[in-house]
Design a binder for this molecule. Structure first.
Ligand SMILES: [Zn+2]
Length: 365
C-alpha cells in the first residue's frame, strides 16, 4: 500500500461491460460481445465470508464515502508491509483492521481505510473502507478508495497482511486470496487478466517480490473459477529515437492526459519530457520511457461515445492496421466500434468493441 488520494482523470465510457455468458458443467464460459447493463447479475463465484466494518469495531468514516456509479474494472493486490504475524486469530484480524483504519485517518488524513478489503495471514477477509461490502454485493457501483495513485476511480484493492519481499504468503492465505479475488471479479465483472500488483502502476515494491511473482498464478486460478483468459496486456516499450504510428499513438495518449506534445510519430526530446512529466504526475517510475507501467497508467477504457485524444490513438492505429475507420477525429462512433470489433476478432480477444488494456496493447504492439 503506502499511498494515495489522487484519482485518475479523463472521461471514459462508464458503461458496464462483461464478456460473460453461460455456465457449463465444467465452469463458466467467456463469451463475446455481450454488453450487460448496470445491475445485471454478475457471474457467480462462491461467496466468501467477509467481516463487515460493523463487526471489527471500525470508527465512523471521517468524511463522505465517494460512491462511483460504475463498477471497478481492475483489482489491485497490495501488501501491508507489516510484520508477518503468526497470530492467525479473528481477534487479531479485527485489531489489524482497526490499526489500518486509525493510521489512514489519523496519519494520512484520509476519510477512511484506503483499501476496500483486507485479507489477513490467518485467511480472514474483512471490509476496509465503509460501504465496500455493500458495493460488492450489488456489483454495479464502486467505493472510491485510496490505494493507488491515479487509479482509485477504476480499481478495487485488497490489502494482504504481511511483507512479501522475501517470504511467500501462507498456503491458507493464498487460497483465501484466490476465493476473495474470484468473488470480487465475478461480482464486478472484472476480467481475470485485470488483476494487477500495485507496482504495475506506481513506483513501489508493493505487493513484495514474492507475492508479485504469484500474480500470474492468481490470475490463472481466478480464471479457472470465473472463466476467461488470464493473460494480461503485453505492452511494447517505446523510448527516445523510436518513430512510427505506435509513437503517434503514445503521443495522442499523452495529449489525452494534458501534454502539449505534437503527435508527429517521432519520439524526440519533447515526447521524452512529456513522458517524464506524466510519470511524475501519476507516481510511476520516472525514466522517460513508455514501458508497461506508463502504458498501464495512460490507458483509459474507451467505448462507443468516448471522445478525445485517446480515441484518436485508437483510430490512428486501426487505420494503420489496415482497418479503415475514416478520419482520425477523436469521436468513438459506430465506425470506430466496428473497427475495434474487427481488430479484436483478428486478435482472438473477446469481441466487445471496448478498448481495454489488452486491446490497446495489441493495437500498439
Ligand atoms: Zn500497495
Amino acid at each position: 500500500m503506502e499511498e494515495t488520494t489522487a484519482t485518475g482523470g479523463t472521461a471514459f465510457d462508464r458503461r458496464r461491460f462483461l464478456g460473460l455468458t453461460a455456465a457449463t458443467g465444467a465452469g463458466l464460459v467467456l463469451g463475446s460481445g455481450l454488453v450487460l447493463t448496470a445491475g445485471a447479475p454478475a457471474l457467480a463465484a462462491p461467496v466468501p465470508t467477509i467481516h463487515p466494518t460493523s463487526e471489527w469495531g471500525a470508527t465512523p468514516a471521517a468524511g463522505a464515502i465517494q460512491m462511483l456509479p460504475q463498477p471497478p474494472t481492475k483489482l489491485f493486490i497490495h501488501h501491508t508491509d507489516s510484520p508477518n504475524s503468526t497470530d492467525y486469530s479473528l481477534q487479531h484480524a479485527y485489531a489489524l483492521a482497526r490499526s489500518i483504519q486509525n493510521d489512514h485517518i489519523k496519519n494520512r488524513g484520509w476519510v477512511d481505510s484506503g483499501q476496500q478489503f483486507t485479507l489477513t495471514r490467518g485467511a480472514h477477509a474483512l471490509e476496509g473502507r465503509h460501504r465496500s461490502l455493500e458495493a460488492l454485493r450489488r456489483g454495479d457501483e464502486h467505493v472510491q478508495g485510496a490505494h493507488c495513485y491515479a487509479q482509485n476511480d477504476f480499481a478495487v484493492g485488497i490489502e494482504n497482511e504481511g511483507n512479501y519481499m522475501t517470504a511467500a504468503p501462507r498456503a491458507e492465505h493464498y487460497a483465501a486470496l484466490v476465493e476473495l479475488s474470484a468473488y470480487i471479479c465475478a461480482q464486478f465483472g472484472i476480467r481475470a487478466y485485470q488483476i494487477y500488483g500495485h507496482r504495475n502502476f506506481n513506483a513501489t515494491d508493493c505487493p513484495g517480490d514474492q507475492l508479485y511473482a504469484m500474480l500470474p498464478r492468481l490470475r490463472a486460478d481466478v480464471a479457472t473459477r470465473i472463466g476467461g483468459d488470464p493473460t494480461p496486456a503485453a505492452w511494447t516499450t517505446l523510448r527516445a529515437g523510436a518513430t512510427g504510428e505506435r509513437v503517434r499513438a503514445l503521443q495522442y495518449q499523452l495529449r489525452a492526459h494534458g501534454a502539449t506534445v505534437i503527435a508527429d510519430g517521432s519520439f524526440g526530446p519533447g515526447t521524452e519530457s512529456a513522458v517524464r512529466t506524466f510519470q511524475s504526475s501519476v507516481h510511476a517510475s520516472v525514466d522517460g520511457e513508455a514501458g508497461p507501467q506508463t502504458w498501464n497508467q495512460l490507458h483509459r477504457q474507451l467505448a462507443r461515445g468516448s471522445s478525445g485524444e485517446a480515441v484518436k490513438a485508437v483510430q490512428n492505429q486501426l487505420n494503420a492496421a489496415g482497418i479503415p475507420v475514416g478520419t482520425v477525429d477523436g469521436a468513438f462512433g459506430p465506425a470506430t466500434e466496428s473497427g475495434v470489433r474487427t481488430f479484436q476478432t483478428r486478435a482472438k480477444f473477446p469481441v466487445d468493441g471496448v478498448v481495454d488494456p489488452r486491446t490497446l496493447a495489441r493495437l500498439t504492439a
